[in-house]
Design a protein around this ligand. Structure first.
Ligand code: HEC
Length: 194
């Protein structure tokens, strides 16, 4: 064996060893399942058919504005439940409002303001959840209607603040004029069936 064929052999062996090591390290890498497929950098080796199917499903999911229409529906009903002093119903609509807000934020967690800066909708929602939603929940638990009316109005402004931050100041919520729900009875003590 000449010197050059031996060094080629060593070189090739090195290549094989190197490739084996790379694949071993790939296996040792942490599970990619924590990486969102919606992130810009997709995990390697994703089956293209799978990617296409996820894309198709994404296209069929409700959009953020749809989730927000549900928020508005529950939030307006909340006002009329509290006006009727139907506190268990008010509590229900308060929870629904919050869970639909969370859903809306999951759909698009980060938006851009008109200047192109990121707007962290989850962060904004968290700050409202730990203030306005706590105040409303407290007023409902204590059946304090005057306090509830006051904090509800503040929450309407908080809704608008997030719309402004998202570059949509024209989405200006107002005090609801009529309950959107027609089937559910708002009065707590009305007798069945009337
Ligand atoms: C964390 C941010 C945030 C908060 C808080 C928020 N919104 Fe929104 N809302 C948005 C964004 C963003 C849009 C626009 C969605 C779009 O353009 O697809 C929107 C849109 C809307 C719309 C228009 C839906 C449509 O397409 O007709 C309504 C109604 C609405 N919000 C009601 C509310 C109410 C009521 C509250 C308070 C209880 C609220 N929002 C709180 C971010 C927020």
């Amino acid at each position: 064996m000449t010197h050059s064929t031996r060094s080629t052999g060593v070189f090739l062996l090195g290549l094989v060893l190197g490739a084996t090591l790379v694949s071993v390290f790939r296996l040792l890498e942490p599970d990619d399942s924590s990486v969102s497929v919606w992130a810009e950098e997709r995990p390697r080796d994703l089956d293209p058919i799978w990617v296409e199917r996820v894309g198709l499903l994404e296209g069929k999911l409700p959009g953020q504005s749809h989730a927000m229409m549900d928020v508005a529906y529950h939030f307006a009903n909340l006002w009329f439940a509290a006006q009727a002093e139907n506190w268990p119903l008010a509590d229900f609509y308060l929870r629904e409002t919050l869970s639909h807000l969370k859903w809306a934020v999951r759909i698009i967690p980060i938006r851009k303001d008109p200047e192109g800066n990121d707007v962290d909708l989850g962060g904004i929602l968290e700050s409202i959840e730990t203030t306005h939603f706590v105040w409303m929940s407290d007023a409902i638990a204590k059946k304090e209607k005057v306090r509830f009316d006051e904090v509800y109005r503040l929450t309407v402004e908080a809704c608008h603040a997030c719309h402004k931050a998202s570059g949509k100041p024209y989405l200006r919520p107002q005090m609801p004029e009529a309950p959107p729900e027609k089937m559910i009875r708002f009065s707590p003590d009305a007798e069945w069936p009337k």
